[in-house]
Design a protein. Sequence first.
Length: 455
Amino acid sequence: MRTLIRNVTLITSSGQRDSSVLLDGAVIGDVDCPRQTQADEIVDGAGLVLIPGVIDDQVHFREPGLTHKEDLIHATRACAKGGVTTFLEMPNTNPTTTDQSRLLQKLHLASQKSLVNYGFYMGATPHNLAELKSAQRTPGIKIFIGSSTGDLLVDDQECLERIFAETRLPICAHCEDETIIRENAQRFAGSGDVADHSRIRDHRAAEVATRRAMDLSLRHHHPFHVLHVSTAAEVQLLKHHGDLVTAEVCPHHLLFSIDDYSRLGALIKMNPSIKTRADNDALWQALRDGTIPVIATDHAPHTLAEKALAFPQCPSGLPAVENSLSLMLTEVHRGRITIEQLVHSMCEAPAMVWNIRGKGRIERGFDADVVLIDLNQRRTILNSEQQTKSGWSPWHGVEVTGVPVRTWVRGQMVFRRVNGVDWFSDIPCGAEAQFDLQLRGYWAQRNEPLRRKSV
């Protein structure tokens, strides 16, 4: 199948230009195509923009074991609608993804169900070092340095030293100091105020754990990615990161503050917790200046019934993968970031951080994962229209400007929005992402051309 997207504005991290792009089967066959280029389908992109497919490197899609609140079919429809063509999923499912057999189970499930491309992290425990050392077909190792599900908490220094010293895969971590959290929890024991969540999981808990993990990375010369940065203090640490440390920020830590607990309550209860407006401002600045190169969602849905439980029983996490691109495009309209910065942070940088072959750019030979966007179309986020199985969004009622109207995965159209009506492919079009451990990491790659797939 050859699809020609004609007369479109092509957006890259370095600028924008009028172009035509040929999707030739699963790869991009040509860019800036001549007028006479032949194709099976011609799409008129006049007035629209084309970007690489978004790569979300932190999601929780809950399958297997927790499918009452999310599953791969619903979550990947949400991805397609939101312009996300590749996701990397976390290991805290049931059972947890802590050995190769469980990883292969997830890969098989995704091959049968996913509309978009996929990868799954291997979770670290205090007892699975051998599995981490031999792991294959995974982007990297996830460590929870802070409370987590089941046996995934790794807080012992000796265990952490061995993981950083003896494994080869990139490492990412949830960084909140467990000792500080427990001490704070004792201080607020008996509280029914959800805003105390941000006092229990406070600034210091995030800063101490991030500093600890960065120290491990630098001493062992091991690539490390800081997940969901939430504080200005962490931004200051990252300014002196060295070449092996990267980081990401999530829409909820950019757009919500502790002032929003009064209207949204447990809907914005997150780990790490929502912080202050001053932290919001520091995170935006870090995104603009490149200190934080990646935007991810930490999509972690729960049912509304679960969220309605009294604090502290109400779980932490919220759905976001469906709306993250439109939320960020709205901030482009407001002047907080440029569209070129958005493409870098949501498309190019995640591919570079995780060494994903053939993704993140619209160039000849790269995978045909692209998103056509109407930058001027407005829509209101409504719970009733959410594809996520949880069926709600903390941004319910918010108007966004900038809407994906078509999404292609490996050259196959998986989503189309026409006259306000959403269409989805009923065929799983996604494929397992391929990771190249020979690449030198994000900061080195920034100054080098990405390796291209041969056509």
